[in-house]
Design a protein around this ligand. Structure first.
Ligand code: UD1
Length: 418
């Protein structure tokens, strides 16, 4: 059960539903502990990261369960713990999001530095500085981070970088803090809006998410709530890239087209025919070899997402002409390049720039995923390649995709887990 075997060259077609957003469900599950009443979160994808988050909630003494329809129920009434063990912290980056919510709930939190995809250094200085500004005392010792606060107090926090995680941590810490918190230069990602919607469904008072200014008016208590998480824009980008690379004609449903406009623009530059059907469906037709996409620079939302860079790069590998990527968000975000080269891609990397000289065909190879999105990029490349590929490292892909092979097989791909 540790590789995907993919026979490429089959066009993809049909109509598929896009999973719920990994990067929404995790902070929302962290928010459930802000209430003592039960919460139900719908549209949670079946992911390892969701499993790890449920394990963290249980470790804290909450009841948490996911049913087969993707509903996660959490009751934090009996929450007794405030410590996340290193083994769970290392599983994923978003474990750090619990810092704000545990601190708010119990006045103390003990965590270690988070794990997650190896994309180079992933500092959390902005998270710590913001919580300190709100009155938390934080010290690091022996690899652990000890946080305590007799009271969290709202204030104005200016983020040097619009960090998604720091914005979420502040929102979680501020939801029940004394007074108003204002985040300046907040991240504008759709997942921030989703977290705002959930906190408000619990009786919170958060506004401005989606813009660079988020205001949180602290409330005394939050009640239980139900919430449906938004669709996963990166899973959507992955399926769109798969069609763009392998060819075909497919309809993606249950997406928010406005969240993926930067990706749609690039795939349309690649020559795909994109039909936005209302606010929640996109039809993509790819009938010939992709065209080069010029220069693509990753940027915070609404710019081109860094998480979509690897999958769109696989399209560029077989494009007619040269595409240049400039990665501005993370230092090591080209883990997929050496594996794509094994499949016949021609790529030069200089520092944060990758120059892709499109080749007419990739060929199947044995390749290994070393992080979540690099794994997805190899799957996309394998779907387009001539011959059979074996993509190993599924523990990375399963962190963020809900049975990716089933979705692709339903579209006509020859893919199976071995
Ligand atoms: C989130 C997403 C991840 C996505 C990333 C950028 C989740 C679980 N993960 O990660 O998939 O790739 O946003 O869209 O939602 N930074 C600092 N100091 C800090 C925090 C961040 O310098 O304290 C820097 C980072 O090194 C990076 C940039 O800010 O260069 C953006 O990082 P951030 O938005 O925090 O990413 P994550 O929340 O980790």
């Amino acid at each position: 059960m540790n590789a995907l075997s993919i026979s490429g060259g089959k066009p993809l077609s049909g109509s598929v539903r896009v999973q719920g957003a990994k990067n929404s469900v995790l902070p929302i599950l962290a928010a459930t502990i802000l209430s003592r009443e039960p919460c139900v979160i719908h549209n949670c994808p079946g992911l390892l990261d969701v499993e790890y988050t449920i394990r963290i909630l249980r470790h804290l003494g909450c009841n948490a369960e996911q049913d087969k329809d993707g509903n996660v129920s959490v009751s934090a009434a009996d929450m007794s713990g405030n410590e996340i063990p290193d083994s769970l912290m290392r599983k994923m980056r978003s474990s750090v999001i619990f810092m704000g919510s545990i601190l708010s709930r119990t006045g103390e939190a003990v965590l270690s530095r988070p794990g997650g995809c190896d994309l180079g250094p992933r500092p959390i200085g902005l998270h710590l500085a913001a919580l300190r500004q709100m009155g938390a005392k934080i010290r690091e010792e022996g690899g652990n981070i000890f946080c305590s606060a007799t009271e969290l107090v709202g204030c104005e926090i200016t983020l040097e970088i619009p960090s998604v995680g720091a914005t979420e941590n502040i929102m979680l810490a501020a939801a029940k803090a004394q007074g108003h918190t204002r985040i300046i230069n907040a991240a504008r990602e759709p997942e921030i809006e989703d977290l705002q919607a959930f906190i408000n469904a619990m009786g919170g008072r958060v506004s401005g998410a989606g813009s660079s200014f988020v205001t949180i008016e602290g409330v005394e208590t939050l009640h239980g709530a139900e919430h449906r998480v938004i669709p996963d824009r990166i899973a959507a980008a992955t399926l769109l890239s798969a069609v763009a690379a392998a060819g075909g004609d497919a309809l993606l449903n249950d997406i928010r087209t406005s969240d993926i406009s930067a990706v749609l623009t690039e795939l349309s530059n690649a020559g795909c025919i994109i039909g936005v059907e209302g606010a929640s469906s996109v039809r993509i037709r790819a009938t010939r070899r992709p065209k080069s996409m010029g220069h693509i620079r990753t940027a915070p939302h609404p710019g081109f997402p860094t998480d979509a860079q690897p999958v769109v790069m696989s399209v560029a590998c077989i494009a007619d002409g040269m595409t240049v990527f400039r990665e501005t968000m993370f230092e090591h975000r080209y883990n997929h390049v050496s594996e794509l080269i094994r499949m016949g891609a021609k790529i030069d990397v200089m520092d944060k720039t990758a120059v892709i000289h499109g080749v007419p065909k990739l060929s199947g190879a044995t390749v290994a995923a070393t992080d979540l999105r690099s794994g997805a990029s190899l799957v996309v490349a394998a779907l387009a390649a001539e011959g059979t590929s074996e993509v190993s490292g599924l523990e990375h892909i399963d962190r963020g995709y809900d049975k990716l092979e089933d979705t692709l097989a339903s579209m006509g791909a020859e893919i199976r887990r071995t």
